[in-house]
Ligand binder design. Structure first.
Ligand code: MSP
Length: 578
């Protein structure tokens, strides 16, 4: 049985709340997917999870694009918030809430926090002159502005010099505190390379942060007013950050904030999350987030995605991939090949096909259907015996029988001293997967699932059950050996499927239906939750293990092999006449 004891605190994971000036694309889906995979994995481990995503609506660019589209800001925000919700439903995300910053529940609480900071003197009035990036709605320091030739580091558009009377948050007061907490890991900034960047920037010193915008004539009536000062609105970033707390600042959800808090985002907005937000929380007397994780970017066919190039991977394209290769294949590709670490990742069709065939069609899907087919062919679809995984299978006797069958058939036996210990192998894979999950190394977590599949494949090649099956009448121990071998394969794949589930919930739930495994509360609903925590579910031959008499039906092919020559689904080449 797996022995690693996971953290038991409630787990609260968030994504950035996305701007609603435009529709969602692959980048928004990616961060939310990573959060979904982590949330599903933590629920599987047995933790109480709250997974939050949503939309950031009070930005100036929302009111601007709304006007361009002949809508009020709120109408436009609603149209796009719905697009985000639809995209996230399509991706199978299990977020527990979707916050819109135009909701009263957010506005009331966020204003309250700002009021408290004002009352305490952590927010004060002052003059501000600085370089404003209108596309990102943020001020940049003179140094950063100069470094980028007074152009937006993100969009390359010219920065604007703005002089304003503003309210400021005294971030400078918390410089020492921040350095100490980030350096020590009290605020765990991941990946490590990003932590070094943040520490480097902290060493250059901190300024006060503007937290309001003076309302000008002709401005759209959009945004939350500064408490006690109708001439100012709360700067959208400051208000947006508050969403993480406003949404769970209720009697029934507070325990999530007191638990383990994980903020996910891309590197573009790490500073706000690793520095500004923790300082605000500290000033408010609130607990700080445990983890701030900033991944890198998706690029497309080798090129940075941008509006001007019009090369964003759109949701429609992901849908086309999903229609052709399955949603779980899309989730798998994005999760395992995405920019989770410090380097950008390329969405290239050829790579998709390569990974799809190697990981899914030829590995996970093939292994599962191979074992299902053998149980059907040799035992009429019923599990006929179990096997103590401790020695591979019953003291090696079954393995010896398999070797004899190979010798009888005149086939070579690989390394005759080889043993397999499935109970140990699977238990270690589960423990290692949980450790990887705690570091948000989701690729590695999933690879521990695949390592079991690879082990099963190796075992099948080694023990050659198809050769043994032809000698059942002549080998005395033949039927028993074959059933032990197939039991070990099926039980190992069942445990692997648990580790693969966070990325591929639909396909794994299908496998459990085909194999009659009762792991989910509702077998027809992949999101219904598990009947027990992972360490119980994953126990070899345990209460939830494969049992004698269990029906293993063949089911449909999980992942059909893909033809590398076919054009990318949803791309213009796919629809062009030949
Ligand atoms: N509204 C702010 C966030 C406020 S959070 C309190 C914002 N919104 S955004 O719509 O621009 O979303 C930025 C986030 O979208 C990134 O941090 C990342 O999570 C995701 N991505 C956007 N483009 C991306 C890629 N090309 N690749 C990967 N993720 C990216 O900033």
């Amino acid at each position: 049985m797996p022995t690693h004891t996971p953290n038991q605190k409630p787990y609260y994971i968030t994504t950035p709340i996305y701007y609603v000036n435009d529709r969602p694309h692959i980048g928004h889906c990616y961060t939310t997917l990573i959060a979904d995979v982590a949330a599903r994995a933590q629920r599987l481990v047995g933790r109480e999870v709250f997974f939050l995503t949503g939309t950031d609506e009070h930005a100036e660019k929302v009111s601007k694009t709304a006007a361009e589209n002949g809508k009020t800001p709120y109408e436009w925000a609603t149209i796009n918030a719905e697009r985000f919700k639809e995209a996230f439903a399509f991706m199978g995300f299990t977020n527990d809430d979707f916050v819109r910053t135009t909701e009263d529940r957010h506005i009331a609480k966020a204003s309250g926090y700002i009021q408290k900071l004002l009352d305490q003197g952590d927010i004060e009035l002052g003059d501000y002159e600085g370089w404003y990036d209108p596309s990102q709605e943020e001020y940049l320091t003179e140094m950063v502005a100069k470094e980028h030739d007074y152009k937006s580091p993100v969009t390359g558009k010219a920065l604007e010099k703005r002089v304003e009377q503003n309210y400021f948050f005294r971030l400078d007061k918390y410089e020492g505190w921040l350095r100490e907490h980030i350096e020590s890991g009290a605020i765990r900034v991941l990946p490590e390379a990003r932590k070094n960047e943040v520490m480097g920037r902290l060493k250059q010193g901190l300024n006060k942060v503007p937290v309001s915008r003076k309302i000008k004539e002709g401005d759209a009536d959009w945004g939350i007013k500064m408490p006690g000062d109708d001439e100012h609105r709360i700067y959208v970033w400051i208000e947006a950050l508050c969403n993480y707390l406003t949404t769970v600042d209720t009697d029934d959800r507070r325990s999530f904030w007191e638990g383990e808090v994980v903020h996910l985002m891309a590197k573009d907005i790490l500073w706000f999350h690793a520095v500004v937000w923790p300082a605000m929380l500290h000033a408010l007397g609130e607990k700080i987030p445990e983890t701030v994780y900033a991944h890198a970017y998706w690029i497309s066919e080798g090129t940075k995605m941008s509006k001007s190039l019009g090369n964003f991977i759109e949701i429609d394209q992901l849908r086309a991939y999903s229609d052709k290769y399955s949603l779980d294949a899309v989730r798998w590709f994005l999760t395992t090949q995405g920019p989770l670490g410090a380097n950008d990742a390329d969405f290239a069709h050829s790579r998709f096909i390569e990974v799809y065939n190697a990981d899914l069609a030829n590995s996970v899907g093939n292994s599962m259907s191979r074992v299902g087919n053998m149980v059907n062919k040799y035992f009429e679809g019923k599990v006929t015996g179990t096997c103590n995984g401790e020695f591979g299978f019953e003291n090696g006797t079954s393995l010896q029988t398999a070797r004899t069958a190979l010798e009888n058939a005149g086939k070579p036996v690989d390394d005759p001293s080889r043993t397999f210990n499935f109970a140990q192998f699977t238990s270690k894979a589960v423990d290692d997967a949980i450790v990887a999950l705690e570091k948000l190394d989701l690729e590695s977590m999933l690879d521990h699932g695949r390592s079991i599949v690879r082990h099963v494949d190796e075992f099948i090649s080694y023990s050659a059950p198809f050769t043994l099956a032809k000698q059942l009448d002549t080998l005395e121990d033949g039927p028993h050996a074959l059933s032990s071998i197939l039991y070990s394969c099926a039980e190992a794949l069942r445990i692997a499927s648990l580790l693969l589930y966070p990325a591929m919930p639909g396909k794994m739930a299908q496998l459990w239906r085909d194999w009659d495994c009762s792991l989910l509360r509702d077998p027809d609903d992949a999101d219904s939750g598990f009947v027990a925590p992972l360490h119980e579910l994953a126990a070899w031959k345990g209460e939830h293990g494969v049992r004698v008499g269990q029906t293993i039906s063949k089911g449909e092919v999980m992942f059909m092999r893909a033809d590398a020559k076919e054009p990318a689904p949803g791309s213009s080449t796919a629809t062009e006449p030949a």
